[in-house]
Design a protein around this ligand. Structure first.
Ligand code: TXA
Ligand code: MG
Length: 354
C-alpha cells in the first residue's frame, strides 16, 4: 500500500496509520534525506526479525536505529561517549550515523548480536513526523531487496518490496541519494566505516584524526580486494559487470568515445553531462544515463542509484561509469561506484588499474 504524504505532520492520516502499523509489529517504508528506510519498532524483536526476512538480508548485518532527538539516541546507549554530544549538535538531524555502546533495552536482533548500536536522527519531514507520532525508536535499513541499489524513490521500494511489507510512505525523491556516513565511536580511535554526505574532513574538527580505512584509490587499487569493512557484506553490483573509468577529463572523454562507439547496443553508460555532450550523439542514446554536470557532485549522488537501476537491464554486456572528483560527497560517490564495479577500474590515461 502506497500513501503519498505531501503535508507531513504527526497528525497526517497516513502518518498515523503508519505509526499504528509499527506499533503492532508491522513494516513501514519511509523516506529519509539519504534513501528510503524499511522501518520496524526497534524494541520489538519479532518485528525486527521480519525486516531481515522481507529484505532477504543476512542476519549478521546490523541495522541503524532512527530516533527523533539526540536525547532519545543516547538513551538507547548505556554509556555516553564524550564526543557524541558535540557530533550530534553539529550534524543531527542529518546523514550521520554514530556507532555507540548498545543499551540493554535494544534487542540483539537489531545489532546482529553486537554490543554496539548504530543510531541516527534523520532530516526529512516525513521521517520526523513518523518518529514524533510513533514516539519510539525505529530500526531501518535501506528499503531495497538485499543486493539491489538503495531506493531513492517510493517506486523503487515498490519494485523491490511490494507485497512483502505493510506500507510505503511516499515523500518524493530523497535529497542526498546515498546512505549516511557511518562513524564508529566505540574503538580506541573514531573510525569511518562508510563514507557519506558528511565527509571525513567535516567530522575531524569534532573527532580528531579519524581512522579512515582505504576506501578507494586509483593509484593503489591492484589485485587486492578493497579493504573496507562494509565489503564483508554483499553490496549491490549490477548483473552486467561494471567498470569505473578514471583519469583526466580529456582522457575520460576519449575513452568513452571509444567504448560507446564499439559498445553501442551492448553496453550501458553512466556519464557526466559534459562527457556525453562532447561525444556526437551520445546524449541521445537511451543506453546512456546522465549523472548531471561534472561540478555538481550532489546531483550525481542523488541520481546514481536511479541510474544504476535504469541501466541494469537483462542482456547488457558491460556498464561503464565515469569517475568523479573526491571532494565533499565525491568520496562517498566514488565508494558506491567502485563497489558497484566490484573494484574494476579502467585508467583512461594508461593501463587498467585493476
Ligand atoms: O542513510 C542510511 O543510513 C539509510 C537510511 C534508511 O537511514 N540506512 C541504511 O541502512 O543505509 P543499511 O542497513 O542499508 O546500512 C547500515 C550500515 C551497514 O553497513 C551496517 O553494517 C552498518 O550500518 N552498521 C549498523 N550497525 C552497526 C554496528 N553496530 N557496528 C558497525 N556497523 C554497523
Ligand atoms: Mg542497505
Amino acid at each position: 500500500m502506497l500513501y503519498s504524504v505531501d503535508q507531513p505532520s504527526p497528525e497526517h492520516p497516513a502518518v498515523r496509520h503508519a505509526a499504528a502499523v509499527l506499533a503492532r509489529g508491522g513494516l513501514v517504508a519511509f523516506p529519509t534525506e539519504t534513501v528510503y528506510g524499511l522501518g520496524a519498532h526497534a524494541l520489538d524483536a519479532r518485528a525486527v526479525k521480519s525486516i531481515f526476512a522481507a529484505k532477504g538480508r543476512p542476519a549478521d548485518n546490523p541495522l541503524i536505529v532512527h530516533v527523533g532527538t539526540a536525547d532519545e539516541a543516547f538513551a538507547l546507549s548505556d554509556v555516553e561517549l564524550p564526543m557524541a554530544r558535540g557530533l550530534a549538535a553539529a550534524f543531527w538531524p542529518g546523514p550521520l550515523t554514530m556507532v555507540v555502546p548498545r543499551g540493554k533495552r535494544v534487542p540483539l536482533d537489531v545489532t546482529a548480536g553486537l554490543d554496539t548500536l548504530a543510531v541516527r536522527v534523520p532530516d526529512h519531514p516525513v521521517a520526523t513526523a513518523l518518529l514524533a507520532c510513533f514516539k519510539g525508536p525505529i530500526a531501518a535499513p535501506s528499503a531495497n531487496r538485499s543486493g539491489r541499489p538503495s531506493p531513492t524513490r517510493a517506486d523503487h521500494v515498490m519494485e523491490d518490496l511490494d507485497g512483502r511489507i505493510d506500507l510505503v510512505l511516499d515523500g518524493g525523491e530523497t535529497a542526498v541519494g546515498l546512505e549516511s556516513t557511518v562513524l564508529d565511536l566505540t574503538g580506541p580511535r573514531p573510525r569511518l566505516l562508510r563514507p557519506g554526505a558528511i565527509s571525513a574532513d567535516e567530522l575531524e574538527p569534532y573527532t580528531g584524526p579519524l581512522d579512515r580505512p582505504l576506501i578507494f584509490s586509483p593509484d593503489t587499487a591492484g589485485d587486492e580486494p578493497l579493504p573496507s569493512p562494509g565489503l564483508k557484506y554483499r553490496h549491490y553490483a549490477p548483473d552486467a559487470p561494471a567498470t569505473v573509468v578514471v583519469g583526466t577529463e580529456e582522457g575520460r572523454i576519449e575513452t568513452f568515445r571509444r567504448l560507446w562507439q564499439s559498445g553501442k547496443g551492448r553496453d550501458g553508460f553512466l556519464v557526466s553531462n559534459e562527457t556525453a555532450a562532447a561525444i556526437e550523439g551520445m546524449d541521445e542514446d537511451e543506453a546512456v544515463f546522465l549523472l548531471g554536470p561534472r561540478q555538481h557532485l550532489d546531483e550525481a549522488a542523488r541520481r546514481l542509484y536511479q541510474g544504476l537501476r535504469s541501466v541494469d537491464r537483462p542482456g547488457l554486456c558491460s556498464i561503464y561509469i565515469e569517475a568523479c572528483d573526491l571532494d565533499g560527497i565525491g568520496a562517498a560517490l566514488m565508494d558506491r561506484m567502485v563497489r558497484a564495479a566490484e573494484g574494476r577500474m579502467l585508467h583512461a590515461d594508461g593501463d587498467p588499474v585493476s
